[in-house]
Write a protein that binds this ligand. Structure first.
Ligand SMILES: Cc1cc2nc3c(=O)[nH]c(=O)nc-3n(C[C@H](O)[C@H](O)[C@H](O)COP(=O)(O)OP(=O)(O)OC[C@H]3O[C@@H](n4cnc5c(N)ncnc54)[C@H](O)[C@@H]3O)c2cc1C
Length: 390
């Protein structure tokens, strides 16, 4: 049986759910969201959910700043709990990063985000375990923090449903067919047809797009996250640390249970299919990250491994999101390629995509994220090179 909608969203991660909520809030009509598993069962479930605004690329900076305002006041603005925890964010870098850091700080400060360079003594007051001996510059973003990816995504989904979105879980999309200005989406729960379709299936997006003869310029990689503990609890108010002096560009933050959670901002391990991902963490990774952490926080020389998991990055050709209408495909929209930084941008990406689909004024523009930027020679390159801190 075919079910009609005005807009179909494929993917119930944080991007699809934010888009669904914003479409409903802005009066979109009949919106259907199709998710093959449960809400928040893809890449978002594995996210470290760090929310900071330090970006050298203007569009990233704008979305990060405006999305941060939503995370901070999630219950008032969206309704529900995002699990927001403000901690601040320390960036440790080599001297070469001082100039770009100061340039970004000036733009963050102009937007009301208090940032500055700290002395090692000032930084040590915020985080007593850190060794700053080889950190030539220490930046501080006072407004950053982290959220809970599951709470955030399910809150968006619940609010979307309350506003009339039809959310179909266990609805695996098996094919797409476009004809006569309509796209038919075949699923394990029957066909859905609409004039507007949003592809928000994270690393699985190209698998779906292939039916329409499309392939978006992103690759998939496997990213590992581990948690470690020592006898002393890792305080939940200690700032998140981004260590740009390490080859893996590690970052770490407090996690529940008094442990530290550590991820990497590097390229990860390339994979062809996100469904082949397992949560196994190899010994070599544990040893390498363990050594980097022990150097940065000497009390962690005797740390105990607590848990580890992996998650897929959908890394765009220039490490920046691909969002908006798909040129040459009437009524087709995409939001993919978030390259390890999609969680923090999701509130305003969903808003801007909804406004674009509805032909409304876009409050936080996404034009720079268009797919056509690659062919036009306008790929987005940040001051820190590739990686999720562009
Ligand atoms: C380890 C890790 C750490 C990260 N840390 C951060 C961070 O600290 N800060 C930050 O900002 N970002 C971070 N990110 C990135 C961020 O989490 C992602 O960019 C974001 O969650 C992507 O959301 P999404 O909705 O695009 O994708 P997903 O959450 O993957 O959602 C896509 C959905 O599509 C569904 N789907 C797939 N195929 C089908 C089909 N055939 N039919 C129906 N549904 C389908 C999937 O089940 C899935 O639920 C991290 C990512 C990882 C992996």
């Amino acid at each position: 049986m075919s079910q009609n909608a005005d807009i179909i969203i494929i993917g119930g991660g944080v991007i699809g759910c934010s888009t669904a909520y914003n479409l409903a809030r802005l009066g979109a009509g009949r919106v259907a969201l199709l998710e093959r598993g449960d809400i928040c069962s893809g890449g978002t479930a594995k996210s470290c959910a760090i929310v900071r605004t330090h970006y050298s690329i203007e569009t990233n900076l704008n979305h990060a700043v405006e999305s941060l305002k939503i995370f901070r006041d999630f219950d008032q603005i969206i309704g529900g709990d995002a699990g927001w925890q403000r901690t601040g964010y320390l960036i440790l870098g080599p001297e070469a990063h001082r100039a770009p850091m100061l340039a970004v700080f000036a733009r963050q400060n102009a937007r009301g985000i208090d940032t500055r360079v700290l002395s090692p003594a000032e930084a040590a007051e915020m985080h007593p375990l850190l060794n700053f001996s080889d950190a030539e510059v220490i930046g501080y973003d006072s407004q950053a923090g982290y959220a809970d990816p599951y709470l955030t995504t399910t809150s968006y989904a619940r609010r979307a449903k309350e506003l009339g979105v039809a959310i179909h879980t266990d609805a695996t999309v098996t094919g797409l067919r476009a004809a006569g200005g309509l796209t038919t989406v075949a699923t394990s729960r029957g066909d859905f047809t609409a004039p507007h379709v949003v592809l928000a299936a994270g690393p699985w997006t190209n698998r779906l797009a292939a039916d329409l003869g499309l392939s978006f310029p992103y690759e998939i990689s496997r990213h590992k996250v581990i948690t470690l503990k020592i006898a002393r609890p890792y305080e939940k108010t200690w700032p998140i640390v981004k260590d740009l002096t390490t080859p893996d560009k590690i970052y770490f933050r407090p996690d529940s249970g008094g442990v530290v959670l550590i991820g990497t901002g590097d390229h990860g391990d390339p994979i062809d299919d996100a469904d082949t991902l397992t949560d196994a963490i190899d010994e070599a990774h544990l040893e390498r990250i363990g050594n980097l952490i022990a150097h940065r926080m000497p009390p962690f020389a005797d740390a105990q491994y607590v848990a580890g998991w992996t998650g897929p990055y959908d890394i765009a050709a220039d490490w920046n999101p691909i969002v908006g209408a798909v040129p040459g495909y009437d009524g087709l929209y995409v939001a993919v390629g978030f390259s390890g930084h999609g969680f923090k941008l999701a509130p305003t990406i969903g808003e801007a995509l909804a406004q674009t689909i509805l032909g409304q004024e876009v409050r936080v523009p996404i034009a720079d994220y268009g797919l056509d930027r690659f062919a036009a020679g306008h790929a987005l390159h940040g001051a820190y090179g590739i990686g999720s801190i562009s």
